[in-house]
Design a protein around this ligand. Structure first.
Ligand SMILES: Nc1nc2c(ncn2[C@@H]2O[C@H](COP(=O)(O)OP(=O)(O)OP(=O)(O)O)[C@@H](O)[C@H]2O)c(=O)[nH]1
Ligand SMILES: [Zn+2]
Length: 198
């Protein structure tokens, strides 16, 4: 199922999750019958379905839907792809940017498909490390490029709003396959994602 229209939420799931949110909100000490909150369990049930819709989407299919035969064999970089995910430990958001590069081997991919697969993997319960590798491996096994690199920089609400309460720490994760395992290629990619070319 691709890009399900999430205006049409799964009625059964919405109903079941809504009831659970009602009980959670009550357990936390709120009055679920209060005017401003009466629809909150249903809104939260829909919001959570939206934020986890990646479980129902196939990222490899998304890439395959726009692969084009092309002789270009230099580096392609899409940087500063904003991402929002949920940490699997606390179900609190982490958010930041992904930078993706690949070196084609006969096929290029429609550029928009790279942010689309970031969203598919981000809209699941994740840790930043697995999110990075999910994106990397999906491109590597589907597009089969000469090399692929993924860097993610993110801030974790579970480390900001609660727990250790550090507001300015940023976590960087990275993965490199094929030609990006060579230091010169990797350095060129890292230089280009940090360069201000404007
Ligand atoms: N490696 C990794 N850890 C994460 C990520 N998101 C959250 N965490 C961490 O998951 C860990 C869970 O540790 P626990 O000790 O079980 O949970 P906790 O008692 O809530 O820990 P504190 O956050 O330190 O209060 C914490 O250290 C979080 O910072 C992530 O994407 N990657
Ligand atoms: Zn967390």
């Amino acid at each position: 199922m691709l890009y399900k229209n999430f205006e049409e939420y799964n009625i059964k799931v919405t109903e079941e999750v809504k009831e659970k949110f009602e009980s959670i909100i009550e357990d936390l000490g709120e009055d679920t019958k209060r005017e401003g909150i009466i629809k909150t369990p249903e809104r939260a049930a829909k919001a959570m379905q939206f934020l986890t819709q990646g479980y129902h989407q196939d990222p490899a299919e998304i890439l395959k839907s726009a692969m084009f035969k092309e002789g270009y064999d230099d580096m392609v970089i899409v940087k500063d792809i904003e991402l929002y995910s949920l940490c699997e430990h606390h179900m609190l958001p982490f958010f930041g940017k992904a930078h993706i590069a690949y070196i084609p081997d006969g096929y290029i991919v429609g550029l928009s498909k790279l942010p689309r697969i970031v969203d598919v993997f981000a809209r699941r319960l994740q840790v930043q490390e697995r999110l990075t590798h999910d994106i990397l491996e999906c491109i590597n096994t589907t597009l089969k490029p000469k090399g692929v690199a993924v860097v993610i920089e993110a801030s974790h609400m579970c480390m900001m709003m609660r727990g250790v309460q550090k507001q300015n720490s940023v976590t960087t994760t990275s993965g490199f396959r094929g030609q990006f395992e060579k230091i010169e290629t990797r350095s060129e990619f890292l230089r280009l994602i940090t360069a201000d070319l404007g």
